[in-house]
Design a protein around this ligand. Structure first.
Ligand code: PLP
Length: 454
């Protein structure tokens, strides 16, 4: 199909996500036709370094032969059968692998071993919220119908997930549609709400959290967070100790802790799961993005055994979890995930990250010196560069200036693909990126910041 027709049809028929379509219709879009390793190719044959892992999912690179083969081989057996009343082989094997992985990495207390499948991060979160609420009602504890979440938090785009979302730009318009939630201040040190600095603040944000839990414990079902890095809210990296402190508060006030590791899970932060950094085991964990290496839509919500047990009973007790999707436990997606998890062991993906994490740290320190760079934040192989109009006062650029967009547009010319979050330049390359390619990625970003706004 020729490029001109494809562009015409795209503009005629596709409504792109998170996109002001007025601008889209005025511009020439890039059509991707191929990928290999950490690169994607457009219809004109130009290759780009995939600096955001095709939106944070592609951890082992494109066209990974083991995953290609796993899907092809599953395809020769069956593409889909339901988990409603039936089992299938890949979903069973994957569940066992995930349970083992979680027990190995997040081992404190009652194990996280009961796995509920769905298709994407938002549904994984909705499922977690429903389970948390029903857990309490099944135990006969009424009134726990509220969730605590963080400002700048992001948990997906369905109504349930938006109810616990804290990104004003994305979420404010839907307020009238949303369920009950209480928002606590995020540990966003660069723009601290209490105008304090870490560590002399003594975690003022945790004190506020404690107040909320103390005053509302009877109505709170769970606290939901993105552990260590609030990604879509602008790569907000937490100060060390916040997560552990939060977990202690949840235990003290007897509310569940839901860890949304949709973005941070599977090695992103330098460990398999972000919660590992502070030896915290949540009661419920949500995983998606990296799970199939971007091959197939898949997510899991995993709960502790005691939560699962609260749903057991005779049918008339009405303790059943009435939830499920058409594609729950899809065999092709599960086969892709099994192959992807095997690669972690085979290629020692996480062990091989340390040199890259170090390089990223060094290069970010350089970039932090630039005139319009207010803050750089990093955890493992996630980083954010916050661009500001005034480095001293931290005054942001106005929306209209589109500083972040200008930088990534120029990077595209140099063969690097990025997608910013407003004026935060996001660095989220495949975990298997080579040291040389990572260095090149950072060179391009640095030069583009200098050329466009500094
Ligand atoms: C991306 C994301 C989601 C939503 O996942 P989708 O697959 O896009 O629905 C939820 N939580 C976090 C932390 C995410 O980064």
């Amino acid at each position: 199909m020729d490029k001109k027709t494809l562009i015409e049809w795209d503009k005629n028929y596709i409504w792109h996500p998170f996109t002001q379509m007025k601008y889209w219709l005025e511009e020439e879009p890039v059509i991707i036709t191929e990928g290999r390793d950490c690169f994607i190719k457009d219809i004109d044959g130009k290759w780009y370094l995939d600096g955001v892992s095709s939106l944070w999912v592609n951890i082992h690179g494109h066209r990974k032969s083991e995953i290609d083969e796993a899907i092809k081989s599953q395809l020769d057996k069956i593409a889909h059968s339901t988990l409603l009343g039936l089992c299938n082989e890949p979903s069973i094997i994957l569940a066992k692998k995930l349970a083992d992985l979680l027990v190995r990495h997040l081992s404190s207390g009652d194990p996280l071993i009961k796995i509920f499948y769905s298709d994407n991060g938002s549904t994984a979160v909705d499922i977690a919220l429903k389970i948390a609420y029903q857990y309490w009602t099944n135990l006969g504890i009424k009134g726990k119908d509220t969730f605590v979440s963080l400002k700048e938090g992001y948990h997906g785009d369905t109504i349930g997930a938006v109810s616990v979302g804290g990104v004003e730009l994305f979420h404010k318009v839907y307020k009238p549609l949303l369920n009950r939630s209480i928002q606590a201040s995020a540990p966003y040190c660069y723009r601290c709400e209490f105008k304090l600095s870490f560590p002399s603040c003594n975690f003022a944000c945790l004190n506020e959290m404690e107040q909320i839990l103390k005053e509302n414990r009877e109505k709170i079902a769970a606290v939901i967070i993105e552990p260590l890095v609030q990604c879509a809210g602008g790569i907000i990296v937490w100060p060390e100790g916040y997560l552990k402190g939060l977990k202690q508060l949840c235990t003290k006030y007897e509310v569940l802790l839901i860890a949304d590791e949709v973005a941070t899970g599977f090695g992103r932060t330098g460990k398999m799961f972000a919660c590992e950094h502070e030896e915290v085991t949540p009661d419920i964990i949500c995983l998606s993005k990296g799970i199939t290496n971007g091959y197939m839509p898949l997510a899991v919500t995993v709960v502790r055994k005691k939560i699962f047990n609260a749903f057991l009973g005779d049918i008339e007790e009405r303790k059943t979890f009435y939830h499920g999707h058409s594609y729950t436990g899809n065999p092709l997606a599960c086969a892709a995930a099994i192959a992807n998890l095997d690669i972690f062991e085979k290629e020692r993906t996480i062990e091989n990250l340390s040199a890259k994490i170090e390089l990223l740290r060094e290069r970010l320190n350089e970039i932090a010196q630039l005139e319009n760079v207010g803050d750089v934040r990093q955890k493992g192989l996630i980083a954010g560069i916050e661009l500001v109009k005034d480095k001293k006062t931290k005054e942001p650029f106005s929306y209209k200036e589109k500083a972040g967009l200008k930088v990534v547009r120029l990077a595209r010319k140099y063969g690097v693909w990025l997608r910013p979050l407003g004026d935060v330049i996001v660095i989220m390359p495949p975990l298997v990126i080579s040291v040389d390619n990572l260095d090149r990625l950072l060179n391009v970003i640095k030069n583009c910041i200098i050329e466009t706004i500094s």
